[in-house]
Each structure stands twice: as C-alpha cells, then as structure tokens.
Unconditional design. Structure first.
Length: 274
C-alpha cells in the first residue's frame, strides 16, 4: 500500500510481495540461528565444569553400588530398576561380579551352583543374590573398577592440576591395551562354552610360571584369581587413562576461557594527531 499525492491510500501488489518475502527471510535466519546461552550461565558452567562432571560420573559410578544396598533394606523396586538400567551396558554375570552384605566378595561357579543357581549365562546374569550370599553389584567387577577408578582419579588429577601435564595420546593407548587384550581373550574363551575356555583354566599361564601360585590362582574367576586381578587392574588403568587424558586438558581450556581479555593497545600519538 502507498499514499498518493491526493492523500488517498493505494494498494501496490509488488511492494507487498517484496515486504512479505523480506519478513520470511528474516524469520528463517532467526530460526536457523543457534540458541544463545546467557553469558552468566555459560561462565558459571565453565567455572564449575569439574564439579558438574564429577557429580555426573559419581552418580553413574555409584548407582550400581546402591542396588545391593536397596535390596538389603527391602527397596526391591528401585534396586531392580538400577539392575535393569545397567544390564544394557554390562553382562552382570554373577561369577564375575562383586557381592556385598555377604560373607564373600565373589563366588565361584561351584558355590553359586550350590546356592541353586543354574550355570547358564542367562541364569547367572539374572541372579541378584540372597540374604545369605549377599547382593550383587549392578555391574561386573571390571566395570566397577573402570568407573569407580575414573571417579577417584578425576579427583586426584584435579588436586594435581598445577603439576600434572596432560597424558600423551600414545600413553593413553598403552593404558587401554590391557583392557582390550583381557576383554578380547575373555570373549574368545567364552565361545568355547561355559567353563571350557582357555581363560577358565589358564593352563598357558600355569605352564609359564611352573604352577607356583596354586590352582586357585589360575582357574576360575573368584576373588584372588588371575582373571579377577586382570579385570580389576585393566579397569583401574582405564579410569586412570581417561582422567589423566581429559582433566588437565579441560582444566587448561576452561581456565583460558575465563581469563580476562587483554586491554586494547593505546592509540599512538601520530594516530591521535591524524
């Protein structure tokens, strides 16, 4: 629309079309623009990133230990919800898991069978424990070592942040090698059937060491066996590697973001005169 010289308003279709298109393009640009985080909230997140991350990792690492505590006091529904959630991320096999509130930390397949557990993968996975044996942590011994170790080493790395250099990438790979090697050999061993794999007997290790450490160290998965120690140590090294790799780098990055911007250089006398 436009006003004519006589004061009357006339309709201009071309001008209206251009105005509509301009408004549409402006709305599209606004919709495509990423949402802006308020600066105070962004600075607070950067300043407290470690506490936020530590709380998240602590919750993730701690819930599996709460499941047996809930079973102990009779809160079975919350406990089963935790077991179900972590079953998507872990095999939860009873012979490779920790038990709390019982006489032993881990049980051999023979001990579990004596308690009425069928030695089949699904049955061992579903077994949560009993008041006499104690209650199973909601993930395996290796997973417990991995994420409990990560939580602990994050705190250590933070305390040593002014003296600790970031872990090189090659050293991080070295720390993960025991996990990859032990996990892969366990997987291949389990393909032979329950109790029949080379990691169930570890005869190769007994041969190398002359069987000096006793049959309980070589065979099975019970606490104190070679398999249990390897899962514990490889999990701890994983936590150490992640914390040492990530915490110093993130600390340096976020501290750099929080530094005040350098003052602008003062204008020279010549430029002022010009």
């Amino acid at each position: 629309m436009a006003r004519s010289g006589s004061g009357s308003i006339t309709y201009n279709p071309g001008a209206m079309k251009e105005l509509t298109l301009a408004r549409g393009e402006h709305a599209a640009r606004r919709a495509a623009r990423p949402a802006q985080v308020p600066r105070p909230a962004l600075r607070a997140t950067r300043r407290h990133w470690f506490l936020i991350t530590l709380l998240f990792v602590g919750l993730y690492a701690g819930l599996p230990w709460l499941a047996p505590a809930f079973m102990r006091i009779g809160w079975t529904n919350p406990a089963r919800a935790i077991y179900t959630f972590y079953s998507t991320q872990c095999h939860q096999m009873a012979q490779r898991s920790y038990f709390v509130f019982g006489p032993k930390l881990m049980y051999s397949p023979a001990e579990l069978q004596a308690a009425g557990v069928t030695l089949q993968p699904l049955a061992l996975r579903a077994f949560l424990g009993t008041p006499n044996l104690g209650w199973k942590v909601a993930w395996s011994d290796r997973m417990a070592a991995m994420y409990t170790g990560l939580f602990a080493f994050m705190i250590v790395a933070r305390l040593l942040r002014h003296r600790l250099r970031p872990l090189p990438a090659w050293a991080f790979v070295v720390l993960l090698l025991p996990l990859a090697l032990d996990g892969t050999t366990h997987l291949l061993s389990d393909l032979a059937g329950f109790g029949f794999g080379f990691r169930d007997t570890n005869l190769w290790l007994a041969t190398l060491t002359g069987s000096r450490l006793g049959p309980g160290f070589y065979a099975g998965d019970a606490w104190g066996s070679f398999n249990a120690w390897m899962r514990l140590l490889s999990g701890v090294l994983f936590g150490l590697g992640i914390a040492w790799l990530a915490v110093p780098r993130l600390d340096g990055s976020f501290e750099g973001d929080l530094l005040p911007a350098p003052p602008a250089p003062a204008a020279s006398a010549a430029s002022v005169k010009g």
